[in-house]
Write a protein that binds this ligand. Structure first.
Ligand code: ZN
Length: 301
């Protein structure tokens, strides 16, 4: 799918609403009131009615689009831009492409889409062999925004990064390499080992094998996973044991810096969610847009 196909397939508001309805039905409609999953579609009203209690669910309710005023097609076009562009797109550029008057509504819509991306990836835990390390991302502090541009307004934010990585041996050459699969990046609110343990238990399957450096914050990780293997942090470890986390960290920094000049600490997780969401779906080129609409059709009640 590219922009030309998009314009052909979604020429107006109705085609987008109709597609979104199908995506929601693919995800499954669940009644907020009684939890029943059987519904009837009320055609003229764009609502589903619960077959148990008659409670009605609107096209957007329960999704990240709920309460948003922008037309569904604006959301669809935004999702199209976000999934077609390899690196990402700034809210400023998005506003220009839409020819929309208000920056704020475009900006908050994009954050809602990132939120849906993050929630989608949070449904899964990583498993198997996992590389883990911490990275420091530059963020703008609240006080910094009051200062003039370029005057010491930046701070480092601690982020823990996980990468599923499976060792492979080439049967012809006998050469060993590692294959990477899924990634996660989570902002840490502090540097305590409790925070690390909590993040590990939420994001990694308990039967996993985790590789880290010898940082003292990782002291209790073994309690949350099957095996915890530590290695001294040096150039060799960076290239082998923790290869994929380091590649992902430098790519994320380059991507984020290239598009967003100043990221406020409270939004960093959203940008990382978008980065990981795309990275985890790097092989789904042609149906990335379709999957993103499905992620937005998900309800969280
Ligand atoms: Zn019901």
């Amino acid at each position: 799918m590219n922009l030309l196909n998009f314009i052909k397939e979604y020429p107006d508001e109705n085609s987008c609403m109709e597609h979104f309805r199908r995506q929601r039905e693919n995800e499954g409609i669940k009644c907020k009131h009684c939890g029943c999953k059987k519904h009837y579609w009320l055609k003229g009203k764009w609502q589903w009615q619960c077959s148990e209690c008659n409670f009605r669910t609107t096209l957007r309710s329960g999704t990240v689009m709920e309460h948003a005023k922008l037309p569904v097609r604006v959301w669809y076009l935004a999702m199209a831009f976000m999934s077609f562009s390899k690196k990402g797109i700034s809210a400023c550029e998005m506003q220009r492409q839409h020819g929309h008057k208000r920056y704020e509504s475009i900006w908050s819509m994009m954050h809602k889409i990132r939120e849906a991306m993050g929630k989608r990836d949070d449904l899964y835990t990583l498993e198997g062999m996992i590389e883990m390390d911490e990275a420091y991302f530059e963020i703008a502090t609240a006080e910094g925004t009051k200062l003039k541009r370029g005057r010491g307004s930046k701070k480092q934010q601690n982020v823990v990064v996980f990468a599923e990585s499976t060792p492979l041996e080439d049967i012809h050459t006998g050469k060993k390499s590692k294959h990477c699969r899924y990634f996660k990046m989570k902002v840490l609110s502090d540097q305590s080992s409790e925070q690390i343990n909590d993040t590990v238990s939420k994001n990694i399957d308990e039967l996993s094998i985790v590789f880290t450096d010898k940082s003292t914050s990782y002291i209790d990780i073994a309690n949350y996973v099957d095996v915890h293997i530590t290695e001294k942090s040096d150039d060799e470890t960076t290239k082998t044991t923790l290869r994929w986390v380091h590649i992902a960290i430098s790519n994320a920094k380059r991507t984020l810096l290239g598009i967003y000049h100043k990221i406020k600490g409270c939004y960093l997780q959203r940008y990382l969610d978008e980065f990981c969401y795309k990275l985890n779906r790097r092989y789904f080129d042609h149906n990335r847009f379709e999957r993103l609409t499905l992620a937005l059709a998900k309800i969280y009640w």
